[in-house]
Design a protein around this ligand. Structure first.
Ligand SMILES: *Cc1c(COP(=O)(O)O)cnc(C)c1O
Length: 360
């Protein structure tokens, strides 16, 4: 079977090996006579899946013991609400660094819950540049600082994670978790919807430093309280068992590739191929992001005018490329090249870009 040249922004490509394994086990998981989604979430077989997903994530991201791993629902978007609900205490301020549409949304939710303030925004520069926060001092009593490590829509990514002394850093890593090595100890809380780099939609991963859990008040709705999920190892109620099973398969695949060192190496290779095609096109293709802020996950670009851009997109479609349209809010083109997009699909795209340029 021919796999699609899938450059979707999310949900996005999954590794073929993962889908094949899931297919093999779909009807009969480990001779149980049941599929994974038919297992009780209290069964030993499911518990093993759940625990394996957590332990693989811990080893791949090198998560220290003083952090909890939570499997939640509601997507990254519910974390926009849960983060301030749990971490933003009365009398303190949460700071947001705005680098695109998702951080704007996160900030807006925080203002509904408590006091939130914009520490920096790249909006005036069309979010082409990640702000330089070196030397920026924020109030020591701040509740946290929120960043979006990769900006899926604008195609920018933090290269140097900012540091604000004792203020916990909260990061939305939905579109670059597991794509490069990170130092978890730099963060108070990391969250990510799974549907870009971790698996299917339906499960959201949160990695939270345990001391921060004491901020969650008892009067929070039980499902929106991080402590509920921490105390029950994400089994307070029925977790999204199928999504967590697929997450486990994706993590096994990531480990089999050689972990984050190897994944980061391949991702750099993939994104450099497209950026080189843009930079060597003599202005035919124009990258949106400032070169120092470029994303390894979402490459955004336009052509000289809207007609040519539309032509490019329609010919790309005819040639089997899926998902190259930019987000509806910014237009242009976007190639999302998450971990599971194979190198040879990126090579095919670059070949197509060169042919299109030579014909236009
Ligand atoms: C996709 C995305 C979201 C939204 O995720 P949902 O799971 O759909 O809520 C939030 N933040 C970033 C950075 C994203 O890429």
């Amino acid at each position: 079977m021919k796999r699609a040249l899938n450059f979707n922004a999310g949900p996005a490509a999954l590794p073929a090996e993962v889908l094949e394994k899931a297919q093999q086990e779909m009807m009969n998981y480990q001779d149980s006579g049941m599929g994974v989604m038919e297992l009780s979430h209290r069964s030993k077989a499911y518990e093993e899946i759940h625990n394996k997903a957590e332990s693989l994530l811990r080893s791949l991201l090198d998560i220290p013991d003083n952090y909890d791993v939570l499997f939640l629902q509601g997507g990254a978007s519910l974390q926009f609400t849960m983060v301030p609900m749990n971490l933003l205490q009365e009398g303190s301020t949460a700071y947001y660094i705005l680098t695109g549409s998702w951080s704007e949304k996160a900030y807006k939710e925080a203002t509904k819950i408590g006091k939130a303030s914009i520490a920096s925004t790249g909006k005036d520069g069309s979010y082409k540049v990640i702000p330089d926060m070196t030397g920026v001092d924020l109030n020591d009593s701040a509740a946290y600082v929120h960043i979006t490590t990769n900006n899926t829509i604008y195609g920018t990514q933090w290269q140097n994670i900012p540091y604000f002394k004792d203020i916990p850093l909260v990061a939305d890593m939905s579109s670059d978790i597991l794509s490069r090595k990170i130092d978890v100890s730099q963060y108070g809380l990391i969250y990510a919807g799974a549907q870009k780099n971790l698996g299917p939609s339906g499960v959201t991963v949160a990695v939270v430093r345990k001391d921060l859990l004491s901020r969650s008040q008892d009067n929070l709705p039980v499902m929106l309280n991080y402590r509920t999920h921490s105390d029950s190892r994400s089994l307070y109620n029925t977790p999204p068992t199928l999504a967590i099973y697929l997450l486990k398969l994706v993590l096994e695949w990531a480990e089999s590739l050689g972990g984050l060192d190897e994944i980061e190496r391949i991702n750099l290779l993939k994104s450099n191929l497209i950026y080189d095609a843009i930079d060597s096109s003599g202005g035919f293709y124009k990258g949106h992001a400032d070169p120092g802020s470029r994303s390894q996950m979402n490459v955004t670009f336009t052509l000289d005018n809207e007609e040519l851009t539309a032509n490019f997109l329609s010919q790309a479609k005819e040639n089997g490329f899926i998902g190259l349209n930019g987000h509806r809010s910014v237009g242009g083109c976007r190639a999302s090249i998450y971990n599971a997009v194979p190198l040879d699909h990126v090579e095919k795209l670059v070949d197509f870009m060169k042919v299109f340029q030579s014909q236009n």
